[in-house]
Design a protein around this ligand. Sequence first.
Ligand code: ATP
Length: 271
Amino acid sequence: MEPRQHQPSELLHVDSLEKSFGGIRALQGLTFGVPAGAIKAVIGPNGAGKTTLFNLVTGILLPTGGIISLNGETISGRRPQEIARLGVSRTFQNVLLFGRMTVLENVMVGRHTRSQASVLSAGLRLPWMRREELRIRAWAMEHLEFVGLADRFQERAGNLPLGEQKLLEVARALATEPKILLLDEPAGGLNTRETERLAELIRRIRGQGITVVLVEHDMNLVMDVSDDIVVISFGQKIAEGKPREIKRHPAVIEAYLGEEGDYANGAGQRV
Ligand code: ATP
């Protein structure tokens, strides 16, 4: 496949991305774009390289080759904090929260990445810091309301059921005011009702003008919320298109099942 140039309407562009871990080529020449305001899913069998992609986009890992750009500006090679400040935020496959802190504090920590007062200096309680703290608190509450957790704000994060912990992670990621939000298997471990709530939340996030990239195994959710899907297998793109095209794409069916049939016809599969 020919490398594609960054399109002006694309917020995120990944060009010929490579990542090797010793002899393992986790990503091989991966190229795709995410239009501003889109919900784009990245799907692929276990070990395809999806989490590695997120780790590269957020700067946790450095690519072995290729370029990642945000709004036409190269972000690959920059430090994670800098990439976060430019507007990239994420959630994790295995929820990463401060379990002993309250729900509200977990979101406030996310917001502190953008505030003048660090968590430590806020302990000094200078008047302007106190005002800043109150602003951050109000901001965090707004985000808890947005994800439907406002009534749980005083609860210890570790006491929440998994579904609510995942919503809390989303609230924390949103509190950094991202341009683009990367969701790594947000529906993993959720029941049907929780997954429906998540789908509705993802749409509302996009409604706020935030671009969403979704890594997910729940095909119902992917087909339901995505505008566009890129499929990777063994680190390479094997297909890209609208959900209805992807459902019937022979290479996708083969990569998942090894044969045609159930994938295209079936619903609600985790693959
Ligand atoms: P899953 O759907 O199971 O989460 P994935 O698509 O997210 O899988 P990755 O976790 O990105 O896949 O892994 C891609 C490949 O890179 C796998 O072969 C994995 O074993 C390997 N890999 C990922 N991270 C590392 C690492 N830090 N060191 C060595 N190998 C790694």
